[in-house]
Design a protein around this ligand. Structure first.
Ligand SMILES: [Zn+2]
Length: 295
């Protein structure tokens, strides 16, 4: 794979690689709860495609002089990435984040840049593959923004002074990122044509595009501005329907980082509390193979 010179060795020694799966080239619908062989193979294939895109980004980091890449496996069961197939430059955050902050765990000011791979469009985006999740964020001026998870991730990174330098996904997420974070490189690895229909690049072409955007983003790391938004904030979230908020009332606060975790804590988990794990029902990642209903 051709690549440019190593850039900014000192500026970017540690990179945070945030991941999701719905924006990966080749991914057009969620896996089902079926224990069928077809579904089993589907999950393996999608995880392999995801892993390929992440590895392309990690290798581009390495070529650019990065010394350490932290990969955040954050889709569904948070145990999707074939970690053993990644370059050894990577370490990974994966498993059950129910008792720990699930948004960008471990991110702090020691990171020089962030990258987001496999990002999906926000809920309500017409004809967009697996569009879901929409964050209603009201700022100090009383303006309510409707952000995707990716823009929220960029805002959270900014609270830790970490610029988001490259994003991959479909045309919708790439456009939203370009509007909010000028300078962040985007790799449009597929064109959404419907909620379960897309025109995807071949995996190798998608990986090459991602690598290029990562190299470019890292080369410009010092000039990519951190997105600015001023609190106090009000925050709520929609899942599939952009007009149906999950919380009965917005949560309020001055720290976006704290507020984001407070919302997730309220909705999904009890961060900070000791977890009891039933090993018999948790032998396999639940949303794929367990006979239990998804939460
Ligand atoms: Zn996901």
């Amino acid at each position: 794979m051709p690549h440019g010179p190593a850039f900014a060795v000192k500026k970017t020694s540690k990179v945070y690689l945030h991941t999701d799966i719905e924006g990966v080239a080749g991914y057009v619908h969620y896996y089902s709860m079926s224990a069928s062989l077809w579904n089993f193979h589907h999950v393996q294939r999608m995880n392999r495609l995801l892993t390929g895109e992440i590895n392309a980004a990690a290798l581009a980091c390495k070529e650019s002089g990065v010394k350490e890449v932290w990969v955040n496996d954050s889709h569904g069961p948070c145990y999707n990435i074939l970690f053993e197939e990644l370059d050894p430059i990577c370490r990974i955050l994966h498993g059950r984040p129910g008792h720990a902050p699930s948004w960008l765990p471990g991110l702090d000011e020691s990171f020089d840049a962030a990258i987001a791979i496999g990002m999906h469009p926000k809920a309500g985006t017409p004809n967009a593959v697996c569009n879901h999740s929409l964050w209603h964020l009201t700022d100090a001026l009383g303006i309510t923004h409707r952000f995707s998870e990716t823009v929220m991730a960029a805002l959270l990174c900014a609270t830790r002074k970490v610029p988001l330098v490259a994003v991959s996904g479909d045309q919708h997420i790439c456009r939203e990122i370009s509007e909010w974070i000028p300078g962040c490189r985007t790799a449009e690895v597929k064109t959404s044509l419907g909620i379960q229909f897309a025109n995807s690049l071949h995996p190798l072409a998608a990986q090459a595009l991602i690598a290029e955007s990562v190299r470019e983003g890292l080369s410009q790391v010092g000039s990519i501005p951190l997105p600015q938004i001023t609190g106090p904030f009000r925050l709520n979230v929609s899942d599939r329907d952009p007009d149906k908020k999950e919380l009965p009332a917005d949560l309020c606060g001055d720290s976006l980082w704290e507020l984001m975790h407070q919302v997730c804590n309220t909705l999904y988990a009890k961060f900070g509390e000791t977890e009891s794990v039933d090993d018999r029902t948790w032998r396999y990642p639940d949303s794929v193979f367990s006979p239990r209903k998804s939460p």
